[in-house]
Design a protein. Structure first.
Length: 423
């Protein structure tokens, strides 16, 4: 008997979207034809729906073209004459702009992305736009997202090393919206007075900064780095020795906020709100204790994700946990594979280049194989054997099966690493 292709309907749609994005990467420039086919598929799909007829392949074709169109803006060569890329490899400029994301410290170098607002050349002010990546060397200034900075530097264009099969650095940076790089001594960077009317995203970044300062003032430096990684997703303060210890024991994943951390927040929140609501007769009579607790639990889950900075692993975890909590509200059983597909679809819909990011790939590949391994042992009669098999499968699937994606990286796994992964 033929297997219904829509037993898990989101899987073929996700594969179709990813296929379209890949086609857009290798065959860019056919947006007009893609728009025509997208419109045609949409019209035919509406006709099928009105006539109440099945349309198995139309949604798949539609999502392929939608994926193709979604990636095209990142290949658009038409930029405004004032774009910062036109000033690359020229004379040094006095640059002024705003830091768009939390800076990263690596190898005694501070890196951050600046949205350039204006540049000055020999006293002539030039209004410009675009993003550049700034690397501060020698000294590390106290810079956070939302700060306005000024500095003088020459802008370098993005280049690859042109080695066959090497990492495509230029495309990677373009996918992040970055058009050039700059190098400057940290003590040469001027930080303007912060805007007191902080709104939106900068409000979140300001809260993260205050959490960071509070932790630094309340906890010894050695523990503060780990605590900041677990609460606000900031790993810059973790010492090299502690990081190495986590790597050798196979627990480095604990430092990256993902499903484990978001799941703990969701579980504690759900049990807390369920207990509170159980004291109200209204919710008991309406059988709304679980539903209400699930809805209320979304608030701390989303807040925690925002505080963590929403990297790909956290995005995936927040979406999956949110879908799981909503399953209580709609009283439907949730399917882990479909839930994972929902997370991937939402992330790719918002930012299609995420498909080519190693963090996105490893996060979803690992969880996908873990779910497969867990499903394989789901219906074992011996519960003790089932628990052991789940641990072994989870360890094997999360560590071994994604190896082709990380084969270029050194693996320092020890005997204790395998044990801790299983635990």
């Amino acid at each position: 008997m033929a297997v219904n292709i829509y037993h898990r309907p989101l899987i073929p749609l996700l594969i179709s979207l990813m296929t379209g994005i890949l086609c857009g990467l290798f065959l860019p420039g056919y947006s007009l034809w893609a728009y025509l086919f997208t419109a045609s598929c949409f019209v035919f799909l509406l006709i099928k729906i009105v006539r109440k007829k099945s349309a198995v392949f139309l949604p798949i074709i539609l999502f392929i073209f939608l994926g193709y169109l979604s990636i095209q803006p990142w290949f658009c060569n038409k930029v405004s004459p004032s774009h910062i890329s036109y000033y690359a490899d020229g004379v040094p400029l006095n640059i002024s702009g705003q830091v768009t994301e939390s800076p990263e410290i690596k190898n005694n170098r501070l890196s951050f992305v600046v949205l350039v607002q204006k540049a000055e050349d020999n006293g002539k002010i030039i209004p410009v736009s675009g993003k550049i990546k700034v690397n501060a060397i020698k000294s590390i200034p106290d810079i956070s997202a939302g700060d306005k900075v000024t500095f003088q530097s020459k802008i370098r264009s993005l280049r690859n090393f042109n080695n066959p099969g090497a990492f495509d650095y230029k495309t990677y940076m373009l996918f992040k919206g970055i058009s050039g790089t700059a190098y400057i001594a940290g003590d040469k960077i001027g930080i303007e007075e912060k805007d007191k009317n902080i709104k939106g995203r900068w409000l979140i970044e300001n809260v993260r900064k205050k959490f960071s300062v509070f932790i630094d003032e309340s906890v010894p430096a050695r523990e503060a780095g780990v605590l900041k990684a677990l609460i606000i997703g900031d790993q810059n303060s973790i010492s090299k020795q502690i990081r190495e210890d986590f790597n050798r024991t196979g627990t480095s994943h604990v430092l990256s906020i993902s499903g484990l951390h978001v799941g703990i927040v969701a579980t504690v929140s759900f049990l807390f709100f369920k207990t509170i609501l159980s004291y109200f007769n209204f919710f008991l009579w309406k059988a709304w204790t679980k539903k209400g607790a699930a809805i209320l639990s979304l608030i701390p889950v989303i807040i925690y994700g925002l505080l963590a900075g929403m990297p790909p692993s956290t995005q995936r975890a927040v979406v999956m946990v949110s879908v799981f909590l909503l399953s209580f509200f709609v009283e439907r059983d949730q399917d882990a594979i479909n839930t994972l597909a929902v997370a991937a679809l939402l992330i790719l819909a918002v930012h299609p280049p995420s498909l080519f990011m190693i963090s996105f790939q490893l996060s979803f590949i690992s969880v996908f194989f873990i779910v497969l391994g867990m499903n394989y042992t789901l219906y074992r009669k011996n519960k003790s054997a089932c628990i052991i098999l789940r641990s072994v499968f989870a360890s094997f699937c999360s560590r071994s099966l994604p190896v082709p994606k990380i084969s270029g990286k050194a693996d320092k796994a020890s005997f204790f690493h395998r044990i801790t992964k299983a635990l």
